[in-house]
Design a protein around this ligand. Structure first.
Ligand SMILES: C[S@@+](CC[C@H](N)C(=O)[O-])C[C@H]1O[C@@H](n2cnc3c(N)ncnc32)[C@H](O)[C@@H]1O
Length: 222
C-alpha cells in the first residue's frame, strides 16, 4: 500500500463532519423524495443494471461513498457480493439501520487498503466529487489496480467546470465542502490515464435535485 499512498485531502475532516451533519436528512430525503433512489430514475437504474449484469459473476463489488446504502442494497438484492464504505460514520449508521442485511464500513476513498485484482466491480456513485482535482486520479488508479482483469468501474458525478464551495445542502443543512465539477471528456481522460477502458457514458440534464451529471462505466482490460 505504501508504494501507492494517496494524498490525504486537506479538507477531509471538514467534509466528513459535513456529511455527518446531513446524513439523517439525506437518508430521509431518499425515502420521502426519491433523491438518490435509482429505482425512481429509469436511466440511472438502467446504468446500474448494466453494471450489475456485467460484474455479477466476476467477484466482490465495493460501493465507495455508499452514503445510506441505497445502491449497495439494490445490488445485494440483485444477488451481487457487494459491500459499502463511506467517509461519514453517520451515513454508515443510517446504511446499517436501513439495510441491516448488507455489509458496510467507515473509510475514506483515499485510505482504502485494497488488494490488487481483488474486485469484480467498484462504484464511485456521486461520491468522488469532493476529492481535490489532484487526488481523484490517484483514487482512480487505485480502483484500476484493485479490479480484476475484466472488472468494471461505474462512476457518476456533477458536470461543469467549477469548484463550487457549498455552505448548505439537502434542504438547507449547513455544510462546508467543495463540489469539484468535471467535464465529461476530462473525466473520461482521467479514467483512461488510470489504465481503464471506457465502455459507456450517459449524460444527464439537471433535475429537481441536482445540476447536470454524467455516468461513466469503464473496464480493466485483459
Ligand atoms: C451525494 S452522497 C452519495 C451517496 C450514495 N453514493 C448515493 O448515491 O446515495 C456523497 C457521499 O460520498 C461520501 N464521501 C465523500 N467523500 C468521501 C471520501 N473521501 N471517501 C468516502 N466517501 C466519501 C459522503 O460521505 C457521502 O455519503
Amino acid at each position: 500500500m505504501s508504494a501507492h499512498r494517496i494524498d490525504r485531502p486537506a479538507d477531509l475532516d471538514v467534509v466528513r463532519e459535513s456529511y455527518d451533519h446531513v446524513a439523517d436528512t439525506y437518508a430521509d430525503m431518499v425515502i420521502t423524495t426519491g433523491m438518490g433512489d435509482i429505482r425512481r430514475h429509469p436511466w440511472l437504474k438502467a446504468s446500474i443494471d448494466a453494471f450489475a449484469d456485467t460484474v455479477g459473476e466476476l467477484g466482490p463489488v465495493l460501493d465507495v461513498g455508499c452514503g445510506p446504502g441505497t445502491v449497495t442494497a439494490y445490488l445485494a438484492e440483485r444477488g451481487l457480493d457487494v459491500s459499502g464504505v463511506d467517509l461519514s460514520p453517520r451515513m454508515i449508521e443510517n446504511a446499517r439501520r436501513l439495510h441491516p442485511e448488507c455489509r458496510f464500513g467507515v473509510a475514506s476513498a483515499t485510505e482504502l487498503d485494497l488488494a490488487d485484482a481483488s474486485l469484480g466491480g467498484v462504484l464511485g456513485w456521486w461520491s468522488l466529487f469532493n476529492l481535490p482535482r489532484e487526488v481523484l486520479p490517484q483514487v482512480l488508479a487505485m480502483f484500476a489496480r484493485a479490479l480484476k482483469p475484466g472488472g468494471h468501474l461505474i462512476t457518476g458525478t456533477h458536470v461543469g467546470d467549477e469548484d463550487v464551495r457549498r455552505t448548505e445542502a439537502y434542504g438547507g443543512v449547513p455544510v462546508r465542502w467543495t463540489t469539484h465539477q468535471w467535464r465529461p471528456d476530462l473525466l473520461v481522460a482521467l479514467i483512461e490515464e488510470a489504465g481503464l477502458q471506457p465502455v459507456a457514458e450517459l449524460r444527464l440534464p439537471a433535475d429537481e435535485f441536482s445540476g447536470p451529471g454524467v455516468v461513466v462505466m469503464a473496464k480493466r482490460p485483459g
